[in-house]
Design a protein around this ligand. Structure first.
Ligand SMILES: Cc1cc2nc3c(=O)[nH]c(=O)nc-3n(C[C@H](O)[C@H](O)[C@H](O)COP(=O)(O)OP(=O)(O)OC[C@H]3O[C@@H](n4cnc5c(N)ncnc54)[C@H](O)[C@@H]3O)c2cc1C
Length: 329
């Protein structure tokens, strides 16, 4: 039987492992941070809703991969593989923005707890980036002056225009000030700079700059934005025995980083690593919660209301069941 290793036990890594319990799952942490739930801590959920213990096989940090020798290198050991699935997730990179040390990011539970603490006394909150994360954040803070700053000419610029307009109106009705076509050039301790304007800010949250894991950039494998370039079977275009899934892969830099794509690509990558040839087809579909309204955005349109909440609950249950299965080994 070929020895298959999965690097990263986040969303895609878990779904990959559940396809093949003989595969060996490596992660640097024996807790998973469910990124999709981070924002719910600001809405009042407990840390335990987001940060969960889950079974892995090896608790070590991957430092390097030697693809020619088929070797995974961690801080403590080297492991040789027959097939490899890379599922190392994302990072949020604000390094290019001047004053990035004053930004609040959203990578870990600690990041979010800092936002919760700082928002208590903040009057002026600026959110940089009007994508999925930015619009959700903007709708959360009550009785604050919230600016949502987006460099494109509409919010949710990666989605269809109908959903952009709907979300824009929802936020305006919640007194969010939307600033479009504007790029922040600098963040200061108590302000942000846009062109010649200095806008007051007690709390500046960065909801952009999400790219693949920076480790990937240093590996000898073709990547774009720290995401491995794969073919339609999720196989690396460089190595026949290497697959990638979730935020760790892209085909032409156009695959969105979403939970559904992470789950589905994790399953397909494992099936193909086990000898199948299944094409990975994905749908652009995401459920967001803007100002307490559930909205399912798809390729051409959006759905809202109770039905979306039901779907969201179903996805949540599926996640809980998968973690339970993984832990029942
Ligand atoms: C704040 C936030 C909110 C989001 N909200 C939504 C949403 O509402 N809906 C949606 O569809 N998508 C959302 N996403 C995107 C979604 O969470 C990701 O697309 C998904 O988690 C990607 O899964 P993954 O398996 O690729 O990575 P992850 O789930 O991030 O898993 C990566 C794993 O790799 C491990 N790892 C990293 N480096 C190493 C290393 N060197 N050695 C060993 N292990 C390592 C990590 O510990 C982690 O367990 C959100 C993302 C963020 C950041």
């Amino acid at each position: 039987m070929s020895k298959i290793y999965i690097l990263g036990a986040g969303l895609s890594g878990i779904y990959s492992k559940l396809e093949n319990r003989n595969a060996i799952l490596i992660d640097k942490s024996d807790f998973i941070t469910l990124s999709t739930r981070l924002i719910y801590i600001i809405r009042g959920e407990d840390k335990s809703y987001v940060y969960k213990k889950r079974n892995i096989d090896i608790n070590e940090e991957v430092k390097d991969i030697n693809f020619d020798k088929k070797m995974i290198i961690t801080g403590n050991n080297n492991y040789s593989y027959d097939r490899l699935i890379i599922a190392l997730g994302h990072r949020q990179n604000a390094d290019k923005l001047r004053g990035s040390e004053f930004l609040y990011k959203l990578e870990t539970v600690d990041d979010v707890l800092k936002i919760v603490e700082s928002s208590k006394n903040a009057k002026n909150i600026n959110i940089i980036g009007g994508g999925y994360l930015g619009v959700e954040l903007a709708g959360i803070f009550k009785n604050k002056h919230v600016n949502l700053i987006e460099s494109n000419n509409r919010l949710l610029s990666g989605s269809n225009e109908k959903s952009s307009n709907y979300v824009c109106n929802l936020l305006k009705n919640n007194n969010v000030n939307i600033i479009l076509n504007s790029r922040v050039s600098e963040v200061k301790e108590n302000s942000v700079i846009i062109g010649n304007n200095e806008i007051k800010s007690d709390l500046t949250i960065y909801s952009g700059g999400i790219s693949g894991n920076s480790l990937i950039n240093n590996l000898k494998i073709k990547s774009i934005g720290s995401r491995i370039v794969v073919d339609k079977y999720l196989k690396s275009v460089d190595y026949d025995d290497v697959y990638a899934c979730g935020d760790s892969m892209t085909m032409d830099n156009s695959i969105p980083m979403t939970a559904e794509i992470a789950r589905e690509s994790g399953k397909t990558a494992m099936k193909n690593a086990m000898g199948n040839e299944i094409e990975f087809n994905y749908a652009l579909r995401n459920i967001i919660n803007v100002a307490d309204n559930y909205i399912l955005i798809n390729n051409n349109s959006f759905i809202k209301g109770f039905a979306v909440k039901v779907i969201k609950n179903h996805v949540k249950k599926n996640m809980e069941d998968s973690l339970r299965k993984l832990n029942s080994e």
